[in-house]
Design a protein around this ligand. Structure first.
Ligand code: FFO
Length: 832
C-alpha cells in the first residue's frame, strides 16, 4: 500500500483538475478528485467562463500565473492536434484621457514583469479590431500574448493526463462533511461514506464557503452574477472562425463602460460589469441532477435579466456598429467568485492542518495558481510568491459575512475603474480605531487604511508649518497622478522628525506575545537569529521558507523569561507562528508555547527625533538616554504614570523609541507626550513622511520590497541572518546555494531630476534598452536629501553611479544607482 499522503481534491473545475495534474507531475498520484457534477461539464464557473486570459496585473505573481496558463494551454493538445489556447492577443481601449494615461501605467506593469505590451494609437486599434468604431477611441493597450483559453477542453485534457498518471476522479459525488477532529483533516464524508484523507484541497470555486463551513474555516468569498450575452451571427464574421466558439480577433476590453468582447464563432460574446452587483445565495441556485447539466443549463448559470443589460447593449452597438444588425441570441447571468480585496484565496488554513484551498481563481491564473499550490503541497514552498493570495491575509473582522458581502460587491463595481494605488475604499471604514483616533481627528488627520486600521497619512494641523519650512526641505510640485492622496504637509512632518521630534501612531503594526517554556525554542527554530539571549534584547530577524526565501522580517523583543514580543507584518505571520506553536506544544508538552495577537489590546507611539530624549525626560525620572537603554534594547518604564514598554529602535532612522502600552491608557499617553513635546516643536506625523524617511534610511518593507522570491543577501538584509547562530532554523540549509544562484539585487536609485517621482511597480531600463531590466518596488521623495528615491530589483552587476531609466506613465526618467543608505550611513543619528 502506498504511504504517500492521501490527497482529496474537492471540485474538478479548471483549478481542481489542474491541481491534480500538477500534483501528479510532481509524483503525488495518491489523489482522489471529487466532483458533484458530471466531469465533462461540472457546472461551476469553469463551465461558463468566457475564457479570457490577460496578463496585465499590478502583481508580479498574478502576471506569472497568467503566463503559465498561456504556456500550458498552448501545449495541451487534443486528439485532433489543436491546442487549448487561442493566441488572439488582447486590446484594451481608452475613450477618455484618464484611461489613456492609465493604459501607459498598465503597459508599465507588463514591462516590469517581462510581458510584451504597448500603447497603440486609434488607427492601430482599428487595424487590430476592424469592427470598432474609431470615433470615441483615443488609443489602446495591445498585449499580443493574451488570448482565450478553451477552459473546458483544456480541463478535460488535464483530467485525462492526470488519470493516466494514476489520479482517480469521481464525479456526481457531493461532499457532505469533513472530519477535522484534533485540529486536522482526517476524512471527507460523502453521505454515509467516509473517505480518509491527509490533505483536503477545496477547489470548489464559489461553493467554497460551503466546503469551508464543513471544515470550520471561514472563506471570505461572495458569489456574484455577471452578465454575458452572445449575439446572433455577425455578417462580416461569417466563415471566419472554424470552431463554434473560435475567435481570431483580439479579446477586447472597453473599461470606460465596464464591458469586454470576444469573438464567439461568427458571433460576438459580450461580458458586462456595468450592472448592479447581484449577490447569490448558494441555497437559491437552480438545482440540477448531474444528468440534466448541459452547456446551457447548469447551476452557475442564472436567468438573464435584460433590464440590467439595456444600456450596455446600446453601448456595445455604438462601439461595434455592426452589432446593430444583430440581436442578443443567448444570454445568462453567470455566477463567479469575488473576495474582499479581489484576490484569490490560496493556501492552508490557519486552524485546520491539512485543509487547503484554491478558490476565487480566474481562468487566467488557474494553471499558475494550481502549480504553485502543488509545489506548496509537495515541497512546502512555491517558486512564485503566493503571499498576496494567502487565505490567511485577512484580519478576523475582514472575514465576517457583512464585511465580505460589502467589500466583494464593491470590488465588482470597481473592477475596471482606474484606482490610484493609495486610493482608500469609501466603505466600510472606521473599523479599527487606535486609542489616539480622537486626537488625530482633532488634528485634521487624513486617514488611509491598513489591515482595516485607520492610519493618519498627514495632519492638516501641521499645514501652518509650510510657512516655516526651510526651502531646501520643500519638494517640487507633483504631476496630477502622483499628487493624489498626497499632501505637501508631509514635508513639514519629515522636517520636524529629522530636526526636532515627532510622534507616530504605530498601532497598526501587528504584534504577538509569544510565551511559555517553549517560546525560545519556537523562535529559535523559525528565525535567523539566536533567541537564547537575556531579557532586554531586541532582534531584527527573518522568517524564511524551506527554500531560503523571505516570508517576513520581524522584530523580536525579549521582555522576560519565556516572554517575547514579536513585531510582525500581518496575519499571515500570525497563522504561521500559531500553527508552529500548536505543533510544538502537541509534540512536546514540556515545550508548550502560546502565540497571542496582542495588537487590538495594545497601542504604540513611535517617539523619534533628535529632541525625543528631552521630551521623555519631562515624563519620567528614569534614564532613557542612549547609554541607559541602548540601540535595539527594551525596558519597562513609567511615563507620566503610565506603564510603558520602550523599545529603542526606529524605522524612520532617528533616536527614540517605540512606546507600547495597553489600549485603555493610550489616549493618556498620547496627551502626555504631545503636551510635553510642545516646547520642543513636536508634531504628530503621518505615514507619508514615515515612508519617505524609511526609504532614506534604506529600511525594507516586506511584501513591497521583498517577497518569498528573494533571499536575504540579495534583498540587502543578509546581516539579519546571524552567522554565529549554530542552531538549525527553517531555511538555513538552502541559504548558501540560493544566494549563490541569485542574479538580481534590491538596488537604491535616486532620480537625476528632483521632480521625477514614481509610485512603485514602474519598469526600469538600462539606457537605450527596450526590455526592462527590473522594476521599482518602493519610491518616495526624500525631503532630507532633496532627491526622489526609488528602490528597484535590478541585475546585481550594476554598480554605484550607473545610469538607468525609470518609465513612469509612458515617459522615461533618468536615475542613478546610489550608495545606500542615503541617510545617516554612519548611524550617528539613530545610535548617538
Ligand atoms: N517591528 C517593530 N517593532 N517595528 C517595526 O517598525 C517593524 N517593521 C517590520 C515588522 N516588524 C516591526 C520590520 N521591519 C528595521 C528595519 C526593518 C524593520 C524593522 C526594523 C531596522 O531597524 N533595521 C536596522 C537593524 C539593525 C540591527 O539589526 O541591529 C538596520 O537595518 O540598521 C516595520 O515595518
Amino acid at each position: 500500500m502506498s504511504t504517500a499522503p492521501r490527497i482529496v481534491i474537492i471540485g474538478a473545475g479548471i483549478v481542481g483538475a489542474n491541481l491534480a495534474d500538477e500534483l501528479a507531475q510532481r509524483g503525488a498520484t495518491n489523489t482522489l478528485v471529487l466532483e458533484q457534477g458530471p466531469l465533462e461539464t461540472p457546472g461551476g464557473s469553469t463551465s461558463h467562463a468566457p475564457g479570457l486570459v490577460f496578463s496585465t496585473n499590478p502583481s508580479k505573481s498574478m502576471t506569472a500565473f497568467a503566463q503559465q496558463t498561456i504556456e500550458k494551454y498552448t501545449h495541451l493538445r487534443g486528439p485532433d492536434g489543436t491546442g487549448s489556447y487561442l493566441a488572439v492577443g488582447g486590446l484594451e481601449l481608452a475613450t477618455s484621457p484618464e484611461r489613456l494615461q492609465d493604459l501607459h501605467r498598465r503597459a508599465g506593469w507588463n514591462r516590469s514583469w517581462g510581458v510584451e505590451a504597448q500603447v497603440v494609437d486609434t488607427d492601430e486599434c482599428r487595424r487590430l479590431f476592424p469592427m470598432v468604431d474609431p470615433e470615441p477611441v483615443l488609443g489602446g493597450l495591445w498585449t499580443p500574448g493574451d488570448g482565450l483559453a478553451l477552459a473546458l477542453k483544456g480541463t478535460r485534457l488535464v483530467i485525462e493526463r492526470a488519470r493516466r498518471a494514476g489520479v482517480e476522479f469521481r464525479d456526481r459525488t457531493t461532499v457532505t462533511g469533513i472530519d477535522t477532529s484534533g485540529g486536522r483533516v482526517r476524512a471527507v464524508l460523502v453521505g454515509e461514506e467516509c473517505i480518509p484523507a491527509d490533505i483536503v484541497v477545496s477547489c470548489a470555486g464559489f461553493w467554497g464557503p460551503r466546503i469551508g463551513e464543513m471544515a470550520g474555516v471561514d472563506v471570505p468569498l461572495l458569489p456574484l452574477g455577471h452578465q454575458f450575452a452572445i449575439t446572433s451571427p455577425v455578417p462580416s464574421l461569417r466563415g471566419r472562425n472554424e470552431l463554434p466558439k473560435g475567435a481570431s480577433a483580439p479579446i477586447l476590453r472597453h473599461q470606460d463602460r465596464d464591458l469586454y468582447f470576444r469573438e464567439w464563432g461568427d458571433r460576438i460574446g459580450i461580458g458586462s460589469y456595468a450592472h448592479r452587483p447581484m449577490p447569490v445565495a448558494l441555497d437559491d441556485l437552480p438545482q440540477y441532477r448531474a444528468e440534466e447539466i448541459t452547456d446551457e443549463a447548469m447551476p452557475s448559470s442564472l436567468p438573464f435579466t435584460p433590464e440590467d443589460f439595456a444600456a450596455e447593449w446600446e453601448e456595445s452597438q455604438r462601439l461595434l456598429p455592426e452589432l446593430r444588425q444583430t440581436s442578443v441570441d443567448r444570454a445568462f447571468n453567470g455566477v463567479f467568485s469575488f473576495t474582499p480585496d479581489g484576490g484569490s484565496l490560496v493556501g492552508e488554513s490557519a486552524g485546520v492542518d491539512g485543509f487547503f484551498m484554491a478558490e476565487a481563481v480566474w481562468v487566467t491564473h488557474s494553471v499558475g495558481i494550481s502549480r504553485a499550490l502543488a509545489e506548496v503541497i509537495t515541497t512546502g514552498t512555491s517558486e512564485t510568491d503566493l503571499s498576496g493570495l494567502d487565505l490567511n491575509r485577512f484580519e478576523k473582522n475582514q472575514t465576517t459575512r457583512a464585511y465580505v458581502d460589502e467589500t466583494s460587491q464593491q470590488n465588482f463595481v470597481e473592477i475596471y475603474d482606474i484606482l490610484h494605488p493609495r486610493q482608500p475604499r469609501v466603505s466600510p471604514r472606521d473599523l479599527r480605531l487606535s486609542p489616539f483616533h480622537r486626537r488625530q481627528v482633532e488634528l485634521g488627520a487624513f486617514f488611509l487604511e491598513a489591515h482595516s486600521w485607520e492610519r493618519p497619512h498627514w495632519y492638516e494641523a501641521n499645514a501652518p508649518l509650510l510657512d516655516e519650512l526651510p526651502p531646501e526641505w520643500a519638494a517640487p510640485p507633483r504631476d496630477d497622478w502622483s499628487a493624489q492622496f498626497h499632501s505637501p504637509v508631509a514635508a513639514c512632518e519629515a522636517w520636524r522628525t529629522r530636526t526636532a521630534v515627532a510622534m507616530y501612531d504605530m498601532t497598526a503594526l501587528t504584534r504577538f506575545s509569544v510565551t511559555g517554556p517553549g517560546a525560545a525554542d519556537l523562535l529559535d527554530r523559525l528565525t535567523t537569529s539566536s533567541m537564547r539571549r537575556r531579557p532586554g534584547a531586541v532582534s531584527y530577524t527573518l522568517l524564511l521558507d524551506r527554500a531560503g526565501g523571505i516570508t517576513s522580517d520581524i522584530t523580536v523583543a525579549i521582555l522576560g523569561e519565556n516572554d517575547y514580543q514579536v513585531g510582525a507584518n500581518g496575519s499571515i505571520d500570525l497563522a504561521y507562528l500559531a500553527r508552529e506553536a500548536r505543533h510544538q506544544s502537541q509534540e512536546d508538552p514540556a515545550k508548550w508555547v502560546e502565540v497571542r495577537d496582542i495588537t487590538p489590546g495594545t497601542c504604540c507611539i513611535g517617539l523619534w527625533g533628535p529632541l525625543a530624549g528631552e521630551v521623555a525626560a519631562r515624563l519620567t525620572d528614569e534614564d532613557l538616554g542612549a547609554e541607559a537603554l541602548g540601540y535595539f534594547r527594551t525596558r519597562s518604564v513609567t511615563l507620566a504614570g503610565i506603564p510603558v514598554t520602550a523599545m529603542r529602535l526606529s524605522y524612520v532612522g532617528e533616536f527614540g523609541w517605540e512606546l507600547y502600552t495597553s489600549a485603555d491608557l493610550g489616549e493618556r499617553l498620547w496627551d502626555a507626550i504631545f503636551a510635553a513635546g510642545q516646547e520642543y516643536g513636536i508634531v504628530a506625523a503621518g505615514r507619508e513622511a514615515f515612508e519617505s524617511l524609511r526609504l532614506e534610511k534604506g529600511f525594507r518593507s516586506f511584501g513591497t520590497d521583498m517577497t518569498t522570491e528573494h533571499e536575504p543577501v540579495q534583498a540587502g538584509i543578509g546581516f539579519a541572518v546571524k552567522a554565529s547562530k549554530s542552531a538549525d532554523f527553517v531555511g538555513k540549509d538552502a541559504l548558501a546555494a540560493r544566494a549563490a544562484a541569485a542574479t538580481t539585487r534590491l538596488t537604491c536609485l535616486t532620480f537625476d531630476e528632483p521632480t521625477s517621482i514614481a509610485l512603485g511597480l514602474e519598469p526600469v531600463f538600462l539606457p537605450g534598452s527596450g526590455t526592462a531590466a527590473g522594476y521599482v518596488t518602493s519610491a518616495a521623495y526624500g525631503y532630507t536629501l532633496g532627491r526622489a528615491i526609488a528602490y528597484a530589483w535590478l541585475p546585481d552587476d550594476l554598480t554605484v553611479g550607473d545610469g538607468v531609466e525609470v518609465e513612469y506613465l509612458g515617459t522615461r526618467y533618468a536615475a542613478t544607482v546610489s550608495e545606500e543608505p542615503l541617510y545617516d550611513p554612519a548611524m550617528d543619528r539613530i545610535r548617538p
